[in-house]
Design a protein around this ligand. Structure first.
Ligand SMILES: [Zn+2]
Length: 213
């Protein structure tokens, strides 16, 4: 999902931070949502985007729902997104900063900084030609001891990417990307941890208010 001030609902500009937070909290009570996402910004965050991030932080504190973000390409706002959410009282291990495979850097500096702070980083646009750049970055992070902070997903966003339309399908993370990591030397144990244990830990959530049956 692309998200920016242009694609946020128009009323975001006139709603206060508190009003947005209350709407998000209400949504968590009425819809069976399991995560707030993708909360997005472009590289230079606008005032409205910062307001939404503060509101999401508040909504998290009220609900416990984890947060998945969207960064623009190449993810320049990643650290600022984490700063705002942490300032709002969100623990880093409840946050995935998304699309950081787009931030191509052999030294994975921003990715390391985010992992060190305890948040997850999303490598969620793989399974295609960009893998040649993403595989070494993931391997560098595994070697640096950050396997527990990696979150993979497919970021499928249109019907053309689905298998029945001759796309790579939802499973491309598992069927295309993971085998490339294995070939690069990642162990089955590490890959299982990333694919199974990390999302389970991230998504585990005891809602603050019991859900209606
Ligand atoms: Zn996105």
């Amino acid at each position: 999902m692309a998200t920016s001030v242009e694609v946020y609902p128009k009323e975001i500009g006139t709603l206060s931070e508190e009003q947005i937070a209350q709407a998000l909290i209400k949504q968590a009570e009425t819809d069976p949502v399991g995560v707030y996402g993708e909360i997005g910004s472009w590289d230079d965050m606008t005032a409205d985007e910062r307001k939404v991030f503060r509101a999401i932080g508040k909504a998290h504190v009220a609900t416990n729902l984890p947060i998945f973000t969207h960064t623009g390409i190449p993810g320049k706002a990643a650290l600022e997104q984490l700063d705002i959410l942490e300032d709002a009282g969100v623990k880093p291990n409840r946050i995935v900063i998304g699309h950081l495979g787009n931030l191509v850097d052999v030294n994975v500096q921003v990715q390391r900084a985010i992992c060190k702070r305890g948040a997850f980083i999303g490598f969620d646009r793989q399974g295609g030609p960009g893998d040649a750049q993403q595989v070494p970055m993931v391997m560098a992070l595994i070697e640096a001891g950050f396997a527990d902070n990696l979150m993979f997903s497919a970021d499928i966003s249109n019907a053309g990417q689905m298998k029945r339309n001759n796309g790579q399908g939802y499973a491309k993370t598992l069927t295309v990307f993971v085998p490339k990591l294995k070939a690069a030397g990642a162990s089955d144990e590490v890959l299982h941890g990333i694919m199974v244990d990390n999302p389970r830990r991230f998504l585990a959530c005891i809602p603050k208010k019991p859900r209606k049956a």
